[in-house]
Design a binder for this molecule. Sequence first.
Ligand code: PLP
Length: 501
Amino acid sequence: MFYESTRNSGLRMNSMEVIKAGLSMDGGLFVPEEIPLFNAENFDTMADMTYMERALKTLGLYLDDYNEEDLQNAIEKAYGSDRFDCPKIAPVVELGDNLFVQELWHGPTYAFKDMALQLLPHLLTTAISKTGEAHEVAILVATSGDTGKAALEGFKDVVGTRVIVFYPDSGVSPIQKLQMVTQEGDNLHVIAIEGNFDDAQTGVKAIFNDGTLAKEGLSKGIKFSSANSINCGRLVPQIVYYVSAYVDLVSGHSLAPGEEFNVVVPTGNFGNILAAYYAKKMGVPIGKLICASNSNNVLTDFIRTGVYNRKRDFRRTISPSMDILISSNLERLLYEISQRQDYRVREWMEGLHDIGEYRLDGESLMELQTHLWGGYAEEAETREAIRNTYDGFNYIMDPHTAVGKWVYDEYCKETGDNRKTLLVSTASPFKFPRDVLSSIKGHNFIREKDDFEVINLLSELWGRKVPRGLKAIDEKPIIHNTIIPKNNMKQGVMDILELEG
Ligand SMILES: *Cc1c(COP(=O)(O)O)cnc(C)c1O
C-alpha cells in the first residue's frame, strides 16, 4: 500500500519511507491511499486472539511492505515480555450499564502514547535496515507531556537513532517533567522551552521544513524524522486498540456482533480520535466519535460551526496533554471528509497559518458532523467528573479521561443517544496524583503533603499498586536541565547534532 500527502495526493511513498520521513516535504501529512476493510468473519476470528495477534492482523493490512516476520518481531518487542503491566495490554472495564473504559496506560510511561511509541522504534529500525538507510535518524519530538517520555523510553539505546525532545517548561505536570529530565540513555536529549506546546510543535515543524538544514544534515549523515503523531507510524498502531476493544466487547457479550457503539476520546492533537475514525472506516461499528476537549476548546467550536479559529488565549489546565490550539492530525480527517481533495486541504491550512482560521464549506461540515460530536469540560467540571466517578463507581480517572467522562455525560443529556459507549482512558491517575486526589478529597487534604505521599494515598484509596516507574522518581538524578527561548529551537538542534545551519 502507498501513502499520499494530504497536500499533494501525487506525492506517494510506501510505509517504510513514510515512517522514516515522518512529515511530508510539502508540509502535509501522509495518509494511507485507501482504508482497508475487516469483515464480520475477521472480527470473529480475532475473538480468541491476544492483543499482539490482533495487532499483527491489523498492522499487516497497512504496513504491507514489512514482511510478517519483521512485523511480528516488532510487535513482540513492543507488547511482549514485561513492557506492559497488564497481559491484556489494553483492557476494557465496565463502568455502569452502558459505559466501558479502555485503559490505554499499562505501558512503561503510563499514558496511551506507549501504545504506539513502544512499537514505532522497531518499525523505524526495521525500515532503516531494510531500505539500506545509511543515515543516522534524528528524531525531533514536541511534547505536551506524555509523548516525550514515551518516545524517550521507546528509543532509548536504539542504534542508529538520536532523540531530541522539546517540552514547554511550565506546561507539563511535575511528574511528567521528572519522568523526562531523569531519563537515562546516551542517544537522548531533553530540552525545555520558554513557551507552550503549540510553540514547541510549530518550532519542530519549522525545523523539518528548513531545506538548508535538512541538506546539511544529509551531507553529515543525519536525516530528520518525527515521533509525533504526525508520523503515520504512530497512527496505525493506535487503530489496533479500537479493533481490540470491539472484539472484546462482543466476546464479553456486552455488544452484539455488528451493534453500533460510540467512542469518547479525550483529544489534543487529534491523533487518538483519528485512529478511531480509521477503525470505523475499516468496519468497526462505531457510531459517533465524541471529541472531548478541555477549556482549550477550539475543536468543540469547530465541530459545531465549521470554523476553526486558533486566535484565542491558550489556557493551562490540569489536563496538560490536551492543552493544544493547533490539532495537527485534524488535517488527515479534513482530507478524508473533503473526498481527498488536496487543494482544499492546502487552502484551509494556509488560512490557519496566515490568518489563524479557516471555514469549512457546508457539505464538508455535514460530513464532519455525521461522524463527530464535540464537547468540552472546564476545570471545575473535570474535577467534578473525577469525584463523581469515584463516588459512583469506586473508579479513579486521571484528569484527561475525566474530561472525556464529563463530555460523555453531556452528550447523553443533549442527544438522548443511549448506545453503549467506549471511553478511552489516556493516562494513569498516578501521573497526576495531586489534582486527582484533591478532586476527590478536597484541597485541604493534600495541602501539607508531598507528591509521593499523595501517590501512596491514592494507591490506598483505589486499591491499585503505585506503578513501578513512579516510585521514588523524585530521588533519581536530574540529567537534563537545559532551558531555551522558544525561538532558539533550531540552534538547540544544531548544537546537539553539530550542524552549522
Ligand atoms: C496525548 C494525550 C492526549 C491527547 O491525544 P491526541 O492524540 O493528541 O489527541 C490525551 N490524554 C493524554 C493523557 C495524552 O497523553
